[in-house]
Ligand binder design. Structure first.
Ligand code: HEC
Ligand code: HEC
Length: 448
């Protein structure tokens, strides 16, 4: 038994012996109110009790935890002297289950995920052809909403401590501010997490830095089973989610019958990831008005980016800032490469250091940068292309001088002002709504 004393409130946490490690509570006094927090990764059912004499306890609330935490705010105003609270674990209460209404805070009308308003350039080639939505898994509003719930649910990892959102954080463009992400047992991923906005558009349809997943439907099941990331098996996940009434309810709404299968999990997660679209950036507004909304500095940066001066558009081209179909490239980070990217899969020397070209939309939010998170700022990225590209047999041609000029590594020789302009342009690709859009945020009800 663990006791925490804070007068006039006592918070007592009674732990059964079999509860997993990591169980803890915190109580925080916010002036006139007190918040009672419980953290317990097993997602058990707990009872909040109150007492004025420490002898007679009244059940105030019985609740099931989601994602291992629960908070209840208690007003201290008018509280009788000597009022006590405690959280109690009671094995008899464990059968209590959550309904969709108690587990989740979903809007009463499912928001629009299926038909986002897209800029004109997205309905014509080259971007139209980049849309990797398969015929067999069109995005529906209900399907993407189910995907959103799965994306934020730590039940997807073996010990219920990590969700997709642990490493793909909305505030960071669905990437991770850590160089490498921590998995369910604290082990680190081998690469920097990737931003997910606009995953829907990529002509080659493949995913991961080394494109080892052929489709998004394939990709989304891999972190679940990855031994560092989530450590789960698909049969165990199916069994765990089939036991949650709110899931069988949501799966029924989307697929017509309540069964939770890994194929359905894959479809819903892929729909949610494809629905993460952000087209309210300053850049998008600029396209519609000849960039009259840009500062002179931002327009200078735009010219450098798309012209031969910077030549960034050769790889991060189109209004989606991904290649129109070019194979993964080597952008001269090092020689030899520690992580050989595609080369580690094929074993071919000509593939060493070749990685997927990521979209630069919302790039300001997704630091650190590159597959190994080596650069912490956009200024460092620009300096890499300006003066730091390392020669390598596989270095991509746009980063080389033409053969008639020797074919060596290209130096952009940008002035300080030009470099600052390029960074200012990259910042126009941020959609400020992405980080806060409630359609993409955590839907779980934590009681607070
Ligand atoms: C422990 C951290 C972690 C977790 C958990 C995690 N990811 Fe990732 N994710 C990464 C990393 C790191 C990469 C890049 C890995 C690589 O390329 O080898 C990545 C890559 C991706 C990509 C590829 C993006 C692209 O443009 O190619 C997608 C999509 C993705 N994750 C979705 C998910 C989904 C969906 C989940 C939950 C089922 C999830 N991730 C769980 C860390 C994580
Ligand atoms: C030859 C193709 C090519 C050109 C030209 C190119 N890039 Fe890249 N860019 C890449 C590749 C490939 C990566 C990922 C490399 C890696 O992580 O190993 C990348 C990564 C980046 C990233 C980090 C993305 C992330 O999510 O971490 C930024 C920012 C970036 N490039 C900006 C630029 C700018 C600005 C220019 C012009 C000065 C430019 N790039 C020119 C191919 C290119």
């Amino acid at each position: 038994m663990k006791k925490l004393l804070l007068l006039p409130v006592l918070l007592e946490l009674q732990l059964p012996a079999q509860l997993p490690e990591g169980t803890e509570t915190a109580i925080t006094n916010h002036g006139a109110s007190l918040s009672l927090d419980i953290a317990e990764p097993g997602n058990h059912v707990w009872i909040l009790q109150g007492s004025s004499n420490l002898t007679l306890w009244t059940n105030l609330e019985t609740f099931k935890l989601h994602n291992g935490r629960f908070r209840r705010n208690v007003s201290l105003d008018g509280l009788p002297a000597g009022q006590f609270y405690r959280f109690v674990y009671d094995s008899a209460s464990q059968p209590l289950t959550s309904t969709t209404a108690t587990a989740l805070l979903l809007p009463s009308t499912t928001p629009n995920y299926a038909s986002p308003t897209l800029p004109e350039a997205f309905s014509v080639n080259p971007i139209a052809a980049q849309d990797n939505t398969p015929v067999g898994n069109p995005t529906t509003d209900a399907g993407a909403e189910l995907g959103r719930v799965l994306f934020y649910d730590k039940r997807l990892s073996l010990n219920q401590t990590v969700s997709c959102s642990s490493c793909h954080q909305q505030a960071h463009g669905f990437s991770d501010p850590r160089t490498f992400s921590a998995g369910f047992e604290g082990g680190l991923t081998g690469r920097n997490s990737m931003g997910l906005a606009h995953a829907r558009w990529y002509l080659r349809r493949s995913f991961f830095w080394d494109e080892r997943a052929a489709t998004l439907e394939d990709q989304v099941l891999q972190p679940i089973q990855n031994e560092v990331e989530m450590g789960m098996t698909l049969p165990a996940l199916e069994a765990r989610l089939n036991a949650e009434p709110f899931y069988t309810d949501l799966f029924s709404r989307v697929f017509g019958t309540p069964e939770v299968t890994s194929a359905r999990i894959s479809r819903a997660l892929a729909q949610f990831v494809r629905s993460i679209v952000s087209t309210q950036s300053k850049y998008d507004a600029g396209v519609a008005q000849g960039f009259a909304n840009f500062t002179p500095q931002e327009n200078q940066g735009r010219n450098i980016f798309f012209s031969a001066v910077g030549n960034c558009g050769a790889c991060h081209g189109t209004d989606n800032f991904v290649p129109g179909g070019a194979a993964p490239t080597n952008n001269g980070l090092e020689n030899p490469y520690i992580d050989k990217g595609i080369g580690d899969i094929t074993g071919l020397v000509q593939d060493e250091g070749r990685f997927k070209v990521p979209s630069l939309r919302n790039i300001e939010l997704t630091a650190p940068y590159m597959h190994d998170g080596r650069f912490t700022t956009l200024e460092q990225v620009v300096e890499h292309y300006n003066s730091g590209v390392v020669d390598h047999p596989n270095l991509s041609p746009p980063l080389r001088l033409p053969q008639n000029q020797g074919g060596g590594v290209r130096r952009l020789n940008l002035t300080t002002a030009q470099k600052a302009a390029l960074v200012a342009f990259l910042r126009t690709l941020t959609d400020p709504n992405l980080a806060t859009d409630s359609r993409y945020s955590d839907p779980f009800n934590y009681g607070d």
